[in-house]
Design a protein around this ligand. Sequence first.
Ligand code: HEC
Ligand code: HEC
Length: 272
Amino acid sequence: MRETLSIAVFTLAVSLLYTGVGHMVPQLENRPPPEVKAGTNIGPEALIEAGAGVFEANCAQCHKLGESGRGPDLASVGSRARERAAERSAGGKPYADVDYLVESLCKPGDYLVKGFGNIMPPQGKALSGGQILAVAAFLQNLGGTATIKGTDTQVLERFGCLQAEEGGGPGAAAVEVKPVGAPAESFAEFGCSTCHSIADPTRKLGPSLQGVGKRIGKSGIYDKLLNPGATVTAGDPPYEKGLMKKTLDGNGFYERMKPVDFQTLVDWLAKQ
Ligand code: HEC
Ligand code: HEC
């Protein structure tokens, strides 16, 4: 009886925490990306300019122009997008360079660039549809010529990036809610395995989670998952603050994980 009660209280506490986290807005950017309104008559030139600002604010921490960083070098991504689009539309279905760029932004997990892990946060929540068009124009112009206009909202709709207030219908930009799988699967699916090794002590973007249960206990793991921005694990050189939170906020982790999934994942992690 006592045990049942404590489990119930624990579950309630986890649900409350969980609801709290769901409402938190990521506030990591120092400078907000410029506003752009989708559906309005803005030409490529103006979009490129706004897109440069969006890139600085939301992308430059991972992408550089001229060398590869955490993400691929985007210096000539405009011409790469044309090549990839040509390859893909060779199958018969029309697929343009703009489709490639917007899909990379809205559904980065669909096709991973070789040699990189699934850590890019989908941009549909962080950016408005207009901002996505702007940064896509900026990218199209790198090694190519931008053609995107503010009225090109169809491509946003196609990849689920047009937000409701921009005419995308209710929940247009929402991440599809499908149930999560076993802990080992979610560990890979939500990008944990890209940033954390678990079977050995290797440092990746984040610390190895081997022995994490002994180190910080189940409650420590809970705290880290429910609110990754609250604490920073010390490292030498230091780990990047906010990286884990940003990725999990963006990739649907908090929409899809139910309290019971948190429990299963924490139990599994604590055993590693
Ligand atoms: C946390 C790091 C991170 C952030 C932030 C990030 N990206 Fe990425 N991006 C990556 C990684 C890693 C890949 C390669 C894996 C993949 O394809 O998803 C990638 C892939 C891409 C690609 C495909 C590149 C190619 O060669 O085909 C594009 C385009 C892109 N990102 C644009 C952006 C833009 C624009 C932003 C900001 C709005 C952004 N990314 C933010 C990490 C990031
Ligand atoms: C984009 C990279 C990234 C992703 C994805 C990521 N993490 Fe992390 N994680 C980090 C970094 C960096 C740290 C250390 C800095 C900090 O504490 O924020 C960390 C810290 C942790 C810690 C604390 C470790 C300790 O020893 O104190 C745990 C536990 C953890 N992550 C679990 C997870 C799990 C589980 C997932 C997937 C649901 C995940 N992380 C996804 C980067 C990531």
